[in-house]
Ligand binder design. Structure first.
Ligand SMILES: *[C@@H]1O[C@H](CO)[C@@H](O)[C@H](O)[C@H]1NC(C)=O
Ligand SMILES: *[C@@H]1O[C@H](CO)[C@@H](O)[C@H](O)[C@H]1NC(C)=O
Ligand SMILES: *[C@@H]1O[C@H](CO)[C@@H](O)[C@H](O)[C@H]1NC(C)=O
Ligand SMILES: *[C@@H]1O[C@H](CO)[C@@H](O)[C@H](O)[C@H]1NC(C)=O
Ligand SMILES: *[C@@H]1O[C@H](CO)[C@@H](O)[C@H](O)[C@H]1NC(C)=O
Ligand SMILES: *[C@@H]1O[C@H](CO)[C@@H](O)[C@H](O)[C@H]1NC(C)=O
Ligand SMILES: *[C@@H]1O[C@H](CO)[C@@H](O)[C@H](O)[C@H]1NC(C)=O
Ligand SMILES: *[C@@H]1O[C@H](CO)[C@@H](O)[C@H](O)[C@H]1NC(C)=O
Ligand SMILES: *[C@@H]1O[C@H](CO)[C@@H](O)[C@H](O)[C@H]1NC(C)=O
Length: 412
C-alpha cells in the first residue's frame, strides 16, 4: 500500500506534524519490536508461525494503535521512509476491535472436552427459536463412528473425505479400554475422539453411546445431518453424492418395521415398557441417518429413553428404542428405511461379512444398486437405496481400495 501525500495525513489531527509523526512511528516500532521479542521469548518457539501471529497476545501499550493486518510488511519496516504510515492507514478501523461475541458462542468445543454426560446432553439440547441464521452457514454432515477400537477402514474413508473439508465433521466413540497410543490415526480422524464410556453390544449402553455421539455433534451448529457408522461400514458413493442425497432429503432415515416374530414383538413385555403398547413396538437397524430436529429429540428424550434405560439385560434396545420412538412421535417425516446396507439373509445373530475375497468390482456395483432394489426418495422412485454398507473386516481394506476407484469415483 502506498501512502498518499505524507504531508497531509487526513487521518491524523492537524496539530500532528510530520516530525512528531515519525517519532511516534519510530517509538511505536521499537515498542513493537520489544513486544515481539518478548512474545517470542515467552511463546513456545515450535508453535510460532508468522502466518498465525496473534497480535492481541503481544504486550502493546494501551496508547498504541492496533497493529495492521499485514504482518509481513511491518516486521521489516523502513523506519525512515514515509511509507511506514501504512501502520495507520485506517484510523477509524482502530477504534473497532474484532467482533467476538457470536463467533465465540458458535465455536464448538474440542471433540475431547471435559463435560460429563448430563452437562453434555444439556448443552446439546439447546436450539435456536429463530430459524434464520444471522450469518452464513455452510451445512455439514456429521459422521459418527461407534467403534470398539480404531476406525480400521480409515484409509478408505480418507479417500472419501479428501477435498471436502468444511462439509463434514467426524466424531469417534471408541472403547475407553482401548489403548489409543498404540494406533496412529489417519489425518481426518486425528483429534476426533469424544469422551467415551464402555459399551456392551445388545445392551442399553449402546444407545447411551449413540446419544453421546449425537450430543457432541449437535454442539456444532453447522452439523445438519447425522450419520451413525461402525468400523465395519464403508461409503458406497463419493462424497458429493452422499452429501446432496442427505442434505436434499425431506425425510429422516431410521429403519422402522413391525416384526411379529420372536426377535420383534417377542421382545416386548408391557411390564418392562410402561407407556408403550405392543402395537407401537417397532424394530429396525441401529444405523440411522437423521436431521438436526430428530437428533435434538433423541438427545433430549426424557420420557421413553428412561424406560429403556431400566433394562440392564440383553434387551437389544439399540434395535427397538429409536424405531419405536420415531414411530410414535416422528413417523410422518421418516422414510422408515436406513441408507446402510446389510445382509441378514443367512440368518443367525450376525449379518453377512464381506471378506477380502468377496470384495470385487461386481460386489460394489451390486451394493450400490441395492441388488436391483427400488426406493422412494423425496416422493420419486430411485435405485439409489443405500449410501453405506456393512460389514467389512479390516482384511477387506486392500481390495476395497483396489476396486473403489473404478466403481465409486472418489475425488482423488
Ligand atoms: C501482505 O503483503 C504482501 C507483500 O506486499 C502481499 O503479498 C500479501 O498479499 C499481503 N497480505 C494481505 C493479507 O494483505
Ligand atoms: C528506506 O527506503 C528508502 C526509500 O524507499 C530507501 O532509499 C532506503 O535505502 C531505505 N532504507 C533502508 C535502511 O532500507
Ligand atoms: C476503514 O475501515 C472501515 C471499517 O472497517 C471501512 O468501512 C472503511 O472502508 C475503511 N477505510 C479505508 C480507507 O480502508
Ligand atoms: C456432572 O457434573 C456435575 C457438576 O460436577 C454434577 O453435579 C453431576 O452430578 C455430574 N453428572 C454426572 C452424570 O456425572
Ligand atoms: C499403549 O501403547 C503404547 C504404545 O504401543 C505403550 O507404550 C503403552 O504402554 C500402552 N499402554 C497401555 C496402558 O497398555
Ligand atoms: C441437491 O441440491 C443441490 C442444490 O440445491 C443440487 O445442485 C443437487 O443436484 C441436488 N441433488 C440431488 C441428488 O437432488
Ligand atoms: C413411515 O411410517 C410412519 C409411521 O410410523 C408413517 O406415518 C409414514 O408415512 C411412513 N413413511 C413412509 C415414507 O412410508
Ligand atoms: C465370500 O467368499 C467365500 C469364499 O469364496 C464364499 O464361500 C462366500 O459365500 C462369499 N460370501 C459372499 C457374501 O459372497
Ligand atoms: C461422484 O459420483 C457421481 C455418481 O454417483 C458422479 O456422477 C460424479 O461425477 C462423481 N463426482 C466426482 C467428483 O467424481
Amino acid at each position: 500500500m502506498k501512502a498518499q501525500d505524507p504531508n497531509s495525513p487526513s487521518f491524523f489531527p492537524k496539530s500532528f506534524n510530520l516530525q512528531r509523526h515519525h517519532h511516534y512511528l519510530l517509538s511505536h516500532f521499537l515498542l513493537f519490536v520489544f513486544g515481539l521479542t518478548l512474545g517470542v521469548v515467552h511463546s513456545n518457539l515450535k508453535d510460532f508461525s508468522f502466518g498465525s501471529l496473534q497480535f492481541a497476545q503481544f504486550p502493546f501499550s494501551p496508547m498504541s494503535p492496533p497493529p495492521p493486518s499485514n504482518i509481513s510488511k511491518t516486521l521489516m519496516p523502513n523506519a525512515t521512509s514515509p511509507t511506514i504510515s501504512v501502520v495507520a492507514t485506517n484510523a477509524s478501523a482502530s477504534s473497532s476491535p474484532p467482533r467476538t461475541g457470536l463467533k465465540d458462542y458458535l465455536k464448538p468445543p474440542k471433540a475431547f472436552h471435559d463435560m460429563n454426560n448430563s452437562e453434555l446432553l444439556w448443552r446439546a439440547s439447546m436450539t435456536p427459536r429463530i430459524p434464520e441464521y444471522p450469518f452464513h452457514l455452510v451445512p455439514k454432515v456429521a459422521f459418527m463412528f461407534l467403534t470398539r477400537g480404531p476406525v480400521v477402514l480409515a484409509p478408505f474413508w480418507e479417500k472419501f473425505f479428501a477435498g471436502h473439508q468444511g462439509l463434514y465433521s467426524i466424531y469417534v466413540h471408541s472403547s475407553p479400554s482401548y489403548n489409543h497410543s498404540s494406533y496412529t490415526e489417519t489425518p481426518v480422524f486425528r483429534g476426533r475422539r469424544i469422551p467415551s464410556q464402555e459399551v456392551e453390544w445388545g445392551k442399553v449402553s449402546l444407545i447411551e453411546a449413540e446419544r453421546r455421539l449425537l450430543a457432541n455433534a449437535l454442539l456444532d451448529i453447522s452439523n445438519q445431518r447425522f450419520v451413525l457408522l461402525s468400523e465395519a461400514c464403508i461409503p458406497l458413493y463419493n462424497f458429493s453424492t452422499v452429501y446432496s442425497y442427505l442434505m436434499n432429503s425431506t425425510q429422516t432415515f431410521v429403519e422402522v418395521y413391525d416384526d411379529p416374530s420372536g426377535v420383534g414383538r417377542g421382545r416386548y413385555e408391557l411390564s418392562d415398557y410402561p407407556g408403550i403398547t405392543i402395537d407401537q413396538w417397532r424394530k429396525g437397524s441401529q444405523w440411522f441417518q437423521a436431521d438436526r430436529d430428530l437428533a435434538l429429540e433423541f438427545v433430549s428424550d426424557r420420557k421413553y429413553f428412561p424406560v429403556f434405560m431400566k433394562c440392564k439385560d440383553y434387551c437389544f434396545a439399540d434395535e427397538h428404542y429409536l424405531p419405536t420412538f420415531v414411530h410414535m412421535k416422528f413417523g410422518a417425516k421418516n422414510a422408515n428405511r436406513t441408507l446402510t446396507w446389510v445382509d441378514w439373509e443367512k440368518g443367525g445373530p450376525h449379518p453377512t461379512e464381506y471378506k477380502s475375497e468377496n470384495v470385487t468390482a461386481e460386489l460394489l456395483s451390486d451394493l450400490r444398486n441395492g441388488f436391483g432394489r427400488k426406493c422412494e426418495y423425496n416422493g420419486r422412485s430411485t435405485d439409489v437405496c443405500f449410501l453405506f454398507a456393512r460389514k467389512f473386516p479390516p482384511t477387506a481394506l486392500d481390495n476395497l481400495l483396489k476396486f473403489a476407484g473404478e466403481i465409486i469415483h472418489f475425488n482423488t
